[in-house]
Structures are given as structure tokens and as C-alpha cells.
Design a protein around this ligand. Structure first.
Ligand SMILES: Cc1cc2nc3c(=O)[nH]c(=O)nc-3n(C[C@H](O)[C@H](O)[C@H](O)COP(=O)(O)OP(=O)(O)OC[C@H]3O[C@@H](n4cnc5c(N)ncnc54)[C@H](O)[C@@H]3O)c2cc1C
Length: 451
């Protein structure tokens, strides 16, 4: 197939932008890769190299039994430049893939700069419409700290309410890890069974919770995050500090809910709302928090019905630029409001180094196929890549928040009822989910290599 003179501009040479540029360029399309550093500094990056890991040097687990390990293995099979560069710069880290961060970014920069189809431009982009006029397509991969003028431009294109500047994330649990003899189903004032799961707190459990929230350690804010609490993003521990009953009159109010064990209203209730279509995951409503993960786990395990809770995600509050993907993006990751402007990486509402690069990989493949007038090749529905797409496409637009990859986003698998403890049964389930996913990738890899 002839490439003609097709040209794509990729904006941002982070993990997602490098991955998207690589996938497009290998399909014989010419790429201009725009990176604002060093002309304009970011508040978190220190170097001028591409794909800088701004905090931890770990891309997390490298085991198939872990969803992010599976995602990385799929990326290897799909010729990911980010994961192959990470493998080449790996440092000993047990079961995780951690890298020498300087070597990783330097090698990634060299590989991208050496690609004959990629031209690097150290420039800041401010206006998407104007840039789009000069290219067949754009890929915007400017990350959680997208420079302000471009973020404002995107906000104008999408509408004020569909671009966010921070995330406020509540923990998510697997519903089957809760004790359903204690946690009860019910919605405030509703008749019938109700849509929510409710963790009932008597006065003693409530007081223990509020004291633990006040006494626990929080993750420090970065200097560029100092204004977050003024933006209406108040964490649950901060509410607890405002007064002993603030939570019971706020997000934990028990009004309209009766604990069926006693046929009475508890002192307070933590409500859990269904997160995914399959009903595997539930999030703790209004429980956004900056507590350290160890403290979140300890405090929540101390609550009635939650002693064996398994978490798919812990709470967090970050400075983070991301769009309302279920509302603003097509299934190809392109803007619904402007033709052939694709988004990639953390700005789409995934979270984490590997996830951001994986969405860069898919955006690059989708963009290339659509530029040649071909149908978007979706990854197999059982794969980790599709699980991330499922989050971006199927989450509730009303409550969309960023998410790491988790097995809770995969289609459930039928398992015989086993007598093993829940922890072992869960491990067996994850092994089966991983095997099912990885078997489906080679065929997909061959079909996308055909372009
Ligand atoms: C402070 C902080 C700490 C984090 N720690 C972790 C962690 O420990 N582990 C983890 O998994 N994830 C972490 N994350 C999330 C992490 O940023 C993402 O997982 C990942 O880097 C996102 O990749 P990306 O390619 O989408 O964005 P980035 O890697 O941020 O790349 C975006 C690129 O776009 C450039 N850019 C921005 N605006 C413009 C513009 N207008 N014109 C041209 N170029 C532009 C930037 O300079 C940057 O190079 C952290 C995020 C932050 C902000």
C-alpha cells in the first residue's frame, strides 16, 4: 500500500507521544513530533529527554498474573518501543519492571530521533485547529501537565465541562470480596432492592474511622498541586478534620437507609456505587483521599463487612489534565467535535506509565489505519488493551475518573465454584484471564502489522 505524502503531527514526546509516533512512522507515514521542552519547562520534568519518568522508576509488575504485567507483555508482542526500551534498560526489581531512568529516556530519545520517518520539533503547540490545517491528522499526547494555553484551547473545543485539571479518586473494591451478610443493598428513599451497596457504621465504628482518618499520613502535595483543595476537591480526611460529625452529615449520611440486620438507620453509611457494566467493581462514593495506600488499606479493612476487601484501585488526588473520554472521544480515540484529532496517553483518562504508553500505541494504530481509509482494528475484547478502551468508552460520563488497568475491567470468566480460600481462587481466575488474553494477541499483532 502506498503512503502517498501523508503527514501526522504528534504533540508531546512523553511515553504516549513516542509510542504513537513510532506506530505511525513504522506504517510509512511521516511524523512531526512536537515537544515543548527545553523551550518551555514543565513543573515536573527535569531533563530534556523523551519519555521522562517523572516519579517512580518502576513500570510496576512484570508478571502475567497482574493486569499491568499482562498489558506490558501484550505491548511487547505489538512492537512497543517504550516497553522494548524499558526491557533494554531494566534494573533488578524482583517481579517488577524497573528501569535506569536516565538510560531509558536517553535510549528512547535516540531511537525516536534516529527513525527516518520521524522529524523532532522542539516547539510548544498552542492551537490545534491551526495545526490541523497543515497535517492529515494530529495526535495530542501532552499528558497530565499539558501546558496551559493548549489546555485552554482544548477546553474551548470540547466545552468547559469536559476537560478537567485534577482527579479526585475514591477507592474501588471487588464486590465479591465484601461480606454481604453485613454490607447491604439499598438506595436512599428508593423502593425495591436499590442500586448501591452500603457499609453500615455504628457510632463506635464511625468514631474509629474519623480518628484514623485524622491521624493517618497523607501523600505530600507537589508545589504545583497546592491550589487543589480550593478547587472544590476536598479529601475525606480533610472533611473529618473539620468536625466530628461532618462526614456523617456529608458524604456518609445515613438518611433513607435501613440496616436490614436491625431494621434501623445506622449512625453513618459508606455507599458503594457500581463502577462497571458487569458489576464486578464498586467505588466508595465521596471517599476521595490523599492518604497513603497502606493507611487506606488498614483503615478500610477495619470497617464492618470490609475486612477481606480486595482493592482494584486506591484513592488519590492529583493535578491531572484529562478529558471526559466517554463523552468527548470516538471509539477510535479521536475528538468527536473535530475530525482526525486523536488523543493518547494520560490525557484520555488512563493512569500510569504503561497504560499511557499502551493508549499511545493504540492511538497510533487507529490513526494510521483510518488515514488509509481502513476500519479501526480493535484489539481482542479479552485483551488488556481492550480493557483500557472499555474504561474510556463505557464508563459513566457523569462520573468519569482516571483508572489504572485492573482485571476488574476484563469480561468475567466462568469459573467452577472452588472450595479454595478466596485469595487462591482469585489468583486462579487472574491466571485464566491472562492466558485467555495473551493467546488472542499474536493474531491481532499479525493483522495490524499488515499495514
Ligand atoms: C508528578 C507526577 C508523578 C507521577 N508519578 C507516576 C508514577 O510514579 N508512576 C506512574 O505509573 N505514573 C505516574 N504519573 C503519571 C504519569 O505522568 C503518566 O503515567 C505518564 O507520564 C503519562 O504519559 P503521557 O505520555 O501521557 O504524558 P507525559 O509523559 O507527561 O508526556 C507529555 C509530554 O508533552 C509535553 N507537552 C505538554 N504540553 C505541550 C505543548 N503544548 N506542546 C508541546 N509539548 C507539550 C510535555 O513536555 C511532555 O514531554 C505521575 C504524574 C505526575 C504529574
Amino acid at each position: 500500500m502506498s503512503s502517498g505524502t501523508k503527514r501526522v503531527a504528534v504533540i508531546g514526546a512523553g511515553l504516549a507521544g513516542c509510542e504513537a509516533a513510532w506506530q505511525i512512522a513504522k506504517r510509512k507515514i511521516f511524523v512531526d513530533l512536537f515537544e515543548m521542552r527545553p523551550v518551555v519547562k514543565s513543573p515536573a520534568h527535569f531533563s530534556n529527554d523523551f519519555g521522562e519518568l517523572v516519579c517512580s522508576n518502576s513500570l510496576r509488575s512484570d508478571q502475567l498474573i497482574n493486569a499491568v504485567g499482562l498489558l506490558k507483555q501484550e505491548m511487547r508482542l505489538l512492537d512497543s518501543v517504550v516497553i522494548k526500551t524499558a526491557d533494554a534498560n531494566a534494573v533488578p526489581a524482583g517481579r517488577a519492571l524497573a528501569v535506569d531512568r536516565t538510560g531509558f529516556s536517553a535510549t528512547l530519545t535516540e531511537r525516536i530521533e534516529a527513525h527516518p520517518q520521524i522529524n523532532v520539533r522542539r516547539e510548544k503547540v498552542d492551537n490545534l485547529r491551526q495545526l490541523r490545517e497543515r497535517y492529515d491528522a494530529l495526535v495530542v499526547a501532552t499528558g497530565p501537565l499539558t501546558e496551559k494555553i493548549l489546555a485552554d484551547d482544548l477546553k474551548k473545543i470540547l466545552g468547559e465541562e469536559y476537560l478537567y485539571f485534577y482527579d479526585a479518586i475514591s477507592p474501588i473494591v471487588y464486590a465479591d470480596s465484601l461480606d454481604h451478610d453485613v454490607v447491604f443493598r439499598g438506595s436512599r428513599y428508593d423502593e425495591g432492592e436499590g442500586d448501591y451497596l452500603n457499609v453500615p457504621l455504628d457510632k463506635k465504628s464511625y468514631d474509629m474511622l474519623t480518628s484514623a482518618l485524622i491521624e493517618s499520613d497523607t501523600v505530600p502535595l507537589h508545589p504545583f498541586e497546592k491550589s487543589l483543595y480550593f478547587e472544590g476537591c476536598v479529601p475525606v480526611e480533610e472533611l473529618a478534620r473539620r468536625g466530628p460529625e461532618t462526614l456523617a452529615h456529608g458524604p456518609l449520611k445515613p438518611v433513607g437507609l435501613l440496616d436490614p440486620r436491625f431494621d434501623s438507620q445506622p449512625h453513618a453509611v459508606i455507599q458503594l456505587r457500581q463502577e462497571d457494566k458487569a458489576g464486578v467493581l464498586y467505588n466508595l462514593v465521596g471517599f476521595q483521599t490523599k492518604l497513603r495506600i497502606g493507611d487506606q488499606r488498614r483503615i478500610l479493612h477495619g470497617l464492618p463487612g470490609m475486612s477481606e476487601a480486595v482493592f482494584a484501585r486506591f484513592g488519590s488526588i492529583h493535578r491531572n489534565t484529562f478529558v471526559n473520554s466517554p463523552r468527548s472521544l470516538s471509539e477510535s480515540l479521536s475528538l468527536l467535535s473535530l475530525d482526525k484529532i486523536y488523543l493518547a496517553g494520560q490525557i484520555t483518562g488512563v493512569e500510569g506509565y504503561a497504560e499511557s504508553a499502551a493508549i499511545g500505541l493504540l492511538a497510533g494504530i487507529f490513526c494510521s489505519f483510518e488515514l488509509f481509509g481502513l476500519d479501526r482494528p480493535d484489539p481482542p475484547s479479552t485483551s488488556a488493551h481492550f480493557a483500557l478502551l472499555r474504561h474510556l468508552r463505557e464508563s459513566s460520563a457523569k462520573r468519569f475518573q482516571p483508572m489504572n488497568i485492573t482485571f476488574g475491567l476484563f469480561p468475567p470468566i466462568d469459573m467452577p465454584r472452588l472450595s479454595e480460600p478466596k485469595r487462591i481462587a482469585r489468583r486462579q481466575k487472574h491466571t485464566l484471564l491472562a492466558e485467555r488474553a495473551i493467546q488472542s494477541i499474536p493474531f491481532y499483532a499479525r493483522s495490524v502489522e499488515s499495514l
